[in-house]
Design a protein around this ligand. Structure first.
Ligand SMILES: [Zn+2]
Ligand SMILES: [Zn+2]
Length: 62
């Protein structure tokens, strides 16, 4: 009887191939408190591209 393979989400599998400090990371991501969009600060900085909100204390750091 074959054991069922463990289901690993693609991104987890992908990350497991990377060194811990390489590749995509949630560090620097924040969630806009106005429209709840997740923003990558390395791309968008502190300004939400959807609503133009500037990251504030109510925004969630990932
Ligand atoms: Zn927003
Ligand atoms: Zn905010």
């Amino acid at each position: 009887m074959a054991e069922a393979p463990v289901q690993i989400p693609d991104w987890l599998e992908y990350r497991s191939t990377l060194a811990p400090n390489e590749g995509p990371s949630l560090q620097g991501w924040w969630i806009c408190c106005v429209c709840k969009r997740e923003n990558d600060s390395t791309i968008w900085g502190d300004c939400c591209p959807d609503c133009g909100h500037i990251q504030c204390d109510d925004c969630t750091q990932c």
